[in-house]
Design a protein around this ligand. Structure first.
Ligand code: NAI
Ligand code: OAA
Length: 274
């Protein structure tokens, strides 16, 4: 049976996923899409011929018509849809997983997942190494996990932490650490930039214990995520030098194809990797 998908948010990531469905890379039925900007909905619907165009939802609850609800909008959208989708026994895939750094929301969503016939998915997104971190965390002997993210200053513009602290990113003329703290704080301070830190923390030792450093570097063209972890299993280090998406420099292209691969893996007979 072909799985039907409903997408919350019709921006950069959703467009890549819709394209993968439209061109057959991903075997799924894009049934329904929702966005507060109708022109973004139209752009996604236009990727399909008349017979297979997704329905334009007028409110998020209409996404529950699909078997799997995929959030690619932002952290507030996770509050709006995740627990409801799971409570309706739908699968739910979240890109803005940083929303789960908030204890109340995480508890609600995880409780809904536990009781649901659906499953909650948080893909690796723009980072590499969650397979190894998950395995290492299993024994309880993972001692430390940290993420250092370096982005071009433009990729950090508009973040609440930048605005509230009056950080002038245009004046940054050398690699500059602009934030250091736990994933819990990073997710709220940079909601569109560092969701990966919370995905990492959920695979590993939790959002309060996962250390995050954010660097603005005017000479860096990529979104670079470096993970370092230590424990009884040894030392894990991964670096991804991500190409930013042309339509949204905050978002790495890998984030979109990671979600596509996660969706594809739900349908395959052979499962490679942890
Ligand atoms: N886990 C990961 O590795 C990554 C996660 N992300 C998350 O994915 C989200 C989407 O990324 P992009 O597609 O690049 O963003 P985008 O800005 O290109 O698209 C977001 C779309 O969602 C819509 N939207 C946002 N909030 C909404 C709401 N409350 N109600 C209705 N429509 C809403 C916007 O109008 C826009 O069309 C980011 O905000 C970020 O939270 C982004 C990059 C990596
Ligand atoms: O795409 C990236 O490099 C990471 C990102 O924006 C996020 O985790 O929110």
């Amino acid at each position: 049976m072909t799985r039907s998908i409903g997408i919350f948010g019709c921006g950069t990531i959703a467009t890549e996923i819709a394209r993968a469905i439209a061109d057959g890379t991903l075997s799924a039925d894009l049934a329904v899409v929702y966005d507060r900007h109708p022109e973004n909905v139209t752009a996604i619907r236009d990727l399909f011929d008349d017979r297979s165009q997704p329905t334009a939802a007028t409110q998020p609850s209409e996404l529950l018509e699909a078997d799997l609800v995929l959030e690619a909008a932002g952290q507030t959208a996770v509050e709006e849809i995740a627990a409801d989708a799971l409570a309706a026994d739908r699968d739910c895939l979240l890109l803005s997983v940083g929303a789960l750094a908030a204890d109340d929301l995480r508890e609600d969503v995880f409780a809904a997942a536990e009781e649901s016939d659906g499953r909650l998915y948080a893909p690796s997104g723009a980072i590499a190494g969650l397979d190894a971190i998950k395995a290492a965390a299993l024994t309880g002997d993972l001692e430390s996990v940290s993420l250092t993210t370096t982005k071009p200053p433009a990729g950090l513009e508009g973040a609440p932490y930048v605005v509230e602290n009056g950080i002038d990113l245009s004046a940054v003329d050398e690699p500059t650490v602009i934030f250091e703290g736990p994933a819990t704080e990073a997710a709220a301070a940079f909601p569109s930039n560092i969701n990966v830190a919370v995905a990492l923390s959920l695979a590993g030792i939790g959002p309060d214990e996962t250390a995050v450093r954010i660097v603005a570097d005017p000479d860096e063209e990529n979104n670079v995520h470096r993970i370092s972890a230590d424990g009884d299993m040894g030392h894990i280090e991964t670096t991804v030098q991500n190409v930013p998406s042309p339509t949204n420099p905050k978002t790495s292209y890998l984030a979109a194809i990671s979600a596509i691969e996660k969706l594809r893996s739900l349908e395959t007979a052979i499962d490679v990797g942890t």
